[in-house]
Write a protein that binds this ligand. Structure first.
Ligand code: HEC
Length: 258
């Protein structure tokens, strides 16, 4: 796996039509030369054992109404790992990431479910490329899967039926698209229920990835975006969502060596 990812990175750097620009941008973004951007292994001491995705989802859902998105995903894992694995999980402060709710204290940036999931991924896995690949797959899953899909055994707020496709991992846009689909405002039981179920969906997908990794069968489904190089700015290919037809060109700026 590791070899495969490293290989794809190498071939990207050597075969891209914008090789030099690519290296220059990768360098300025990563603050090092492209060589130093290679993956490396690490050990956090946090161990993982395979979990039942449905159970992780259920615990995440139940935690949501107190802990909100980021910490609820973390709770879905920690509440089981501290019993099944023990060790450092026993003292893990589930609420340490609660601030990431609402895209960081309500700022609408990255959906907190992904901050929570990424934290667990980074703690359990042991190679920077694995974490990167899982986070990338999760961003694709989050952005292009109709959600919420999770169905609680006992509904804690209210029944909802509408699903939407976020198209992005950005909290504000994701929530906004669901609100538009469901015709509900933000401060409603329906919207809270939606985010609780999305948190469960993301926790479940994360469990499936970590289980595969534990089995030695995790394989990245998606290529890295590498849009920093393609678009000249950290991004998806969704410029029109915000800029309309008036997309600014990064070529205007002197900061990118070519
Ligand atoms: C989520 C909304 C959003 C998306 C999607 C988005 N942008 Fe932006 N972008 C902004 C905002 C807001 C600014 C700040 C503009 C300002 O203050 O004038 C900005 C600024 C920029 C700038 C530098 C400032 C400027 O106005 O020249 C560039 C270059 C840029 N965007 C390019 C892109 C490209 C290329 C894409 C797609 C690959 C993209 N953006 C996607 C919201 C977005």
């Amino acid at each position: 796996m590791q070899e495969k990812l490293t290989e794809s990175r190498r071939s990207f750097l050597t075969t891209s039509g914008k090789t030099m620009a690519g290296i220059a941008i990768a360098s300025s973004v990563l603050g090092a030369n492209a060589q130093k951007a290679a993956a490396y292994s690490y050990n956090t001491g946090f161990k993982y054992t395979k979990l039942d995705p449905a159970k992780v989802g259920a615990i995440t859902y139940e935690n949501y109404f107190k802990r909100w998105c980021a910490s609820s995903v973390i709770a879905g894992f920690v509440e089981q790992l501290r019993d099944k694995v023990g060790g450092q999980w026993k003292d893990f402060p589930i609420d340490a990431m609660r601030w990431a709710h609402g895209g960081m204290a309500g700022w609408g940036a990255l959906c907190g479910t992904l901050t929570g999931a990424g934290t667990v991924i980074g703690l359990c896995t042991n190679d920077t490329d694995i974490g990167e690949a899982m986070a990338n797959d999760l961003a694709f899953y989050y952005s292009y899967t109709e959600m919420p899909n999770f169905q609680p055994q006992k509904i804690l707020k209210t029944e909802i039926h509408d699903m939407s496709i976020a198209g992005t991992p950005v909290c504000h846009i994701s929530v906004g698209r669901w609100m538009k689909t469901a015709n509900e405002s933000f401060l409603t039981d329906g919207r809270a229920e939606r985010c609780a179920r999305v948190a469960a969906d993301i926790a479940m997908e994360t469990t499936r990835m970590l289980n595969a990794w534990k089995d030695g069968t995790f394989k990245a489904k998606h290529k890295p975006l590498y849009n920093v190089v393609a678009n000249g700015i950290t991004s998806q290919h969704n410029c029109k969502d915000c800029h309309g037809n008036d997309i600014p060109s990064p070529e205007t700026y002197q900061t990118l060596e070519k």
